[in-house]
Ligand binder design. Sequence first.
Ligand code: SAT
Ligand code: MN
Length: 654
Amino acid sequence: MSTLTTTPALHQHRYPPLPVPRLPDVPDGVWHHGVANRSLAEWVARIVRLARPDDVVWLTGADDEWERLTTGMVESGALLRLDPALRPDSFLARSDPDDVARVEDRTFVCSRTAREAGPTNNWWDPREAHNELDRRFAESMRGRTMYVVPYSMGPVGGAISQLGVQVTDSAYAALSLTVMARVGDDALAEIGPDTPWVAGVHSVGFPLRKGDGTRREDVPWPSNPVKYIAHFPEERAIWSYGSGYGGNALLSKKCFALRIASVLGRDGGWLAEHMLVLRLTSPDGRITHVAAAFPSACGKTNLAMLQPTLPGWRVETIGDDIAWLRPGADGRLWAINPEAGFFGVAPGTNEASNPVAVDTIRKHTIFTNVALTDDGDVWWEGRTPEPPAHLTDWRGQDWTPGAGRPAAHPNARFTVPVQQCRTLADSWAEPDGVPIDAIVFGGRRATNVPLVTEARDWTHGVFVGATVSSETTAAQEGALGVLRRDPFGMLPFVGYDMGDHWQHWLDVGARLGEHAPRIFQVNWFRKGDDGSFLWPGFGENVRVLAWIADRVHGAADAEETGLGLRPVAGALDLDGLTLGDDTLAALFAVDPESWLDECARTDEFFGQLGESVPPELHEHLAALRSRLWHDHEGTAPHPSASRTTVGTAVTRAA
Ligand code: SAT
Ligand code: MN
């Protein structure tokens, strides 16, 4: 039996012949022997009739798929092969300069009613959306190959896992999907006649041939100035047009695993969240599983691959971006990473910030929009302290250190299989996931938010998650460094009404009861008066994780502040760190005045969200204001307070 190889004959043998009748007017090659689901077969045929690709290629997960796709893309000029000695089996893609990040203003939720999408999403009437998209997709794939990519999010066949199929005319998207999800015949075989699956229709909107026969040359990164990223939660479908980049094009990721899955989770009693998952082991072997939510490009990959500076502690990686969390039979909250790859931010990645990522991407990696060195390797800002004397920048132009512009795009990315990560936990592919002990919310905040606090209970934790703000990063289009509300790090990713999302969190917490994970808030990004970061971050963040683990296991003390619980003096292990008392005080300072401002903005934000904000969260806001007011004025609670205050505010250092 050891001589068996993956041949077409074997596949024919493994799967029954297509039980679905052929539809007329469909070119040869559309059918795949593995298809056992009529709606899937009909849908593929429908897209072929609409978009008119020249060829249809099903990705099977065969061993040579990567080789075939990358070779073809190097030949067509879509990829550049990096130096095989310096960066084996790795490639560089350069996007169109107008297609470099997610486009939130072109992202739509097409639920039946506007109420369901809520005020934080762009709602688009599903009938109007379908009309417009049908118009855009008509003949949009002429002259191109359409890839059909079946995939599983989560281990194939796992209880929390879900299935999807993306059709795309982008070889780059198809190739990236083979890294980011479990792609191929094994996933397809899971889609039985009645199995639910999520449909993803993707076109870059750059046909090579018009209906009248006129042709045009392909370009290395085809895209269209008109972009739509449209979600149809009721239909479990995603239609994406015009962009080839990241979350716009890899529909398994933000579109499915967050926006559509958040709706599936709302209806099915589970959570789809923008969270890394890690496994923390203490020197005495105690294990703590942490799920942590941060907005895009706030260092989730760095935290997930953290190399602890505290002796004896160990961090293992389970996921770096998305978690699906589900109450288990034992009453605890279990989590999987539904993805199979990392789509990480390259700039800033180096031996100090993330040595594990540096190793992970040594080979077999797709780089997008990084700079190219003269010897055929990659470079980005922060890769080395000194930039090389000459580079080819992300647009393919000559670059020297005095150029006055970055060599890599700030949202440049690496795409790499999780298996290449040396800190990957054995349990990362457990079909049932891992039991979560602590949930962490974070953002990028120069001011106000302390290094770490613990929520008093689940409801308070939901309030903390709901009120997260963060300074914007290069992962979304628009101005950088602007403070915006980003509840749960999910502002652009909840596929339904935000207030309903918070209510769903309260409901899940009520179901978990005493088994619910503890909830914490962290901020690595607080700055001093001179504008420099107060906390060293990266590997030193294990000190905060260690306190969190100790809290979970009842081994560390905390004291009240106006915002929640914080480490008592000495509880946070600062051994070996040169951190002055003033710095420590500044890291934990709670300034009542600026917090009262912050509360006023929260009030305004809740007001914008309207009726669906759970009353419990309004009550928590009132209680917080009351505590702050008391601290500020030293007087009786503010009249807006509707609850008794808890504890006293503390502004001195731990
Ligand atoms: O959505 S992407 O995958 O392009 C990146 C992010 O925003 O986290
Ligand atoms: Mn993300």
